[in-house]
Design a binder for this molecule. Structure first.
Ligand code: CA
Length: 245
């Protein structure tokens, strides 16, 4: 669907990267693809830039002097005004665990260095497409499960009318579960739907990533958290009491 490709004409991307060559390469490539790019060389500069003008996307290097990328991410995710900004984390190849940590902190995607600039552009476009898709493609579609109401157009979830504060990833995870309620989906399937990544990462990391987010989603759903049923050795499904499953 062509109209769903870009949410805005020239999305604004903030690149937080301390290596000037890499920052310049990323900025060049993204600018060429129509993004408006701002760069920051340190964590504090990055946070300042975000607070000056909320970007559509942040590309965040994990290894930064002073304030680490993790800490920047943590701060972004802890503030009401910045927590829904999607973040693509750049990690070093040798540290597989980085990926997990990024996801645990609420990164929307990660890219391992060294990466091709083209890959980076595709990932950025995919993240922005995912965010714009529900509004464009669903035309205000609403999913319901008991008292849970998910408005795909408004990107809002309520339980008995009270708004649930979900991160973009948690939202997509819940959406995947609600769209196929009663049916079991593997962690790999959920990962592909909620994160839009090709499942090229190890089973162990898939498991930890999905389990972590399910745990958070359950906690936010409080009493209804039990509706997310663990299917041992396979994955998860949403079971609404009283419905056939
Ligand atoms: Ca760095």
């Amino acid at each position: 669907m062509e109209s769903a490709r870009s949410p805005k004409q020239n999305p604004r991307v903030l690149v937080v990267e301390d290596e000037p060559d890499i920052a310049a390469l990323i900025a060049y490539q993204l600018t060429r693809e129509g993004f408006r790019v701002e760069t920051a060389a340190t964590g504090p500069e990055g946070l300042k830039a975000v607070n000056r003008e909320i970007p559509d996307l942040v590309v965040l290097d994990r290894m930064l002097p002073g304030l680490s990328g993790d800490e920047v991410l943590r701060q972004l995710k802890s503030e009401q005004t910045t927590r829904s900004i999607p973040v693509l984390v750049l990690t070093a190849k040798r540290e597989q665990e980085d990926r997990i940590s990024g996801f645990e902190l609420g990164a929307d995607d990660y890219l391992t260095k060294p990466f091709s600039p083209r890959e980076l552009v595709l990932r950025c476009q995919a993240i922005l497409r995912r965010i714009s898709e529900p509004a464009v493609a669903s035309g205000g579609r609403v999913l319901r499960a008991g008292p849970i109401r998910m408005d795909l157009g408004a990107h809002q979830v309520t339980v008995d009318g009270a708004e649930l504060n979900l991160t973009p990833t948690e939202f997509r995870l819940l959406q995947a579960l609600m769209e196929r309620r009663g049916r079991t989906q593997s962690r790999r399937q959920l990962l592909e739907k909620a994160w839009d990544v090709e499942a090229d990462i190890s089973d162990r990391i898939q498991t930890r990533t999905v389990d972590m987010h399910v745990r958070r989603l359950r906690a936010k759903l409080e009493d209804l958290g039990d509706w997310i049923d663990t299917v041992r050795g396979f994955g998860y499904r949403l079971v609404v009491p009283g419905e056939d499953s």
